[in-house]
Design a protein around this ligand. Structure first.
Ligand SMILES: Cc1cc2nc3c(=O)[nH]c(=O)nc-3n(C[C@H](O)[C@H](O)[C@H](O)COP(=O)(O)O)c2cc1C
Length: 197
C-alpha cells in the first residue's frame, strides 16, 4: 500500500476482548489512518470462542493484514514509519514476551521495534485478577517505554450499552496517538441534545 496516510499498527492477541479490536478498527475506518493488522493464533482461537464472526471478517476492516509468523514483514523494521502500535487485547503471554524483549512472532517483534525506535506502544491487557508475573511484566514494559492501558472502561460517562463501554476504551487508545476522535463523551462534555432527558 502506498498512501500518505499515517499508519497505525494494531496487534490482536489471545486475551478476551475481540470486541475492543473490532470497535477500534471500525472507528479508524472513518478516520484518515492506515491500519496495519496482525492477529496471533491465540487471538484467532479467542475470536472463535467469543464472536459470531471469523478472523477473516475482522481482517476486512484493516488496510493491510499480516501473518503473525512473518517476522520479516514491513512492520518488523524500524525503517517502516508508523504513528505507533497498539496491542488490543494484549494477552499475559504477549505482555511477558514484550517485557523481556522476546520477538518470536511478528506481533512481539513489531512491539520491540516500536520500543527501540522510541515510538508509541500501547498495551491493553485483560486478565482478572492480575498475577504477580503479569504485574511485574507491566512495570517492565512501562519502564521500557510502553503505555499500559487496561481494558477497564469507566462509568462516569453514563454508558447505556456495550458500544459505549467499547467506545470509552477506543477513545482512550486513540488519544494516546493524538488521533482526534469523538468515539466517547469526555468528562464535562455536554450530552448531545437527543440524549438529554
Ligand atoms: C477463550 C480464551 C480466553 C482467553 N482469555 C485470556 C485473557 O483474558 N487474558 C489472557 O492473558 N489470556 C487469555 N487466554 C489465554 C491466551 O490465549 C494464551 O495464553 C495464548 O497462548 C496467548 O498467545 P498470544 O499472546 O500469542 O495470542 C485465553 C484463551 C482462550 C482460549
Amino acid at each position: 500500500m502506498n498512501s500518505s496516510k499515517p499508519r497505525l499498527v494494531i496487534g490482536m492477541t489471545g486475551a478476551s476482548g475481540a470486541p475492543y479490536t473490532i470497535d477500534l478498527l471500525e472507528t479508524l475506518k472513518d478516520l484518515p489512518i492506515e491500519t496495519h493488522l496482525v492477529i496471533s493464533d491465540g487471538a484467532k482461537r479467542v475470536i472463535a470462542a467469543e464472536m459470531n464472526q471469523s478472523s477473516k471478517d475482522l481482517e476486512r476492516l484493516a488496510s493491510v493484514v499480516y501473518d503473525d509468523r512473518d517476522v520479516g514483514a514491513s512492520i518488523a523494521s524500524g525503517s517502516f514509519i508508523t504513528l505507533g502500535m497498539v496491542i488490543v487485547p494484549c494477552s499475559s503471554s504477549t505482555l511477558a514476551k514484550i517485557a523481556h524483549g522476546i520477538g518470536d512472532t511478528l506481533t512481539t517483534r513489531a512491539a520491540h521495534v516500536h520500543l527501540k525506535e522510541r515510538r508509541n506502544l500501547v498495551l491493553v491487557p485483560r486478565e482478572a485478577p492480575y498475577s504477580r508475573p503479569m504485574l511485574e511484566a507491566m512495570l517492565k514494559a512501562f519502564d521500557a517505554g510502553a503505555r499500559i492501558l487496561p481494558a477497564s472502561p469507566g462509568f462516569y460517562h453514563a454508558p447505556q450499552e456495550i458500544a459505549d463501554l467499547l467506545g470509552f476504551v477506543t477513545a482512550r487508545i486513540l488519544d494516546q496517538f493524538g488521533i482526534a476522535n469523538t468515539r466517547a463523551r469526555r468528562w464535562k462534555d455536554k450530552p448531545a441534545l437527543e440524549d438529554a432527558d
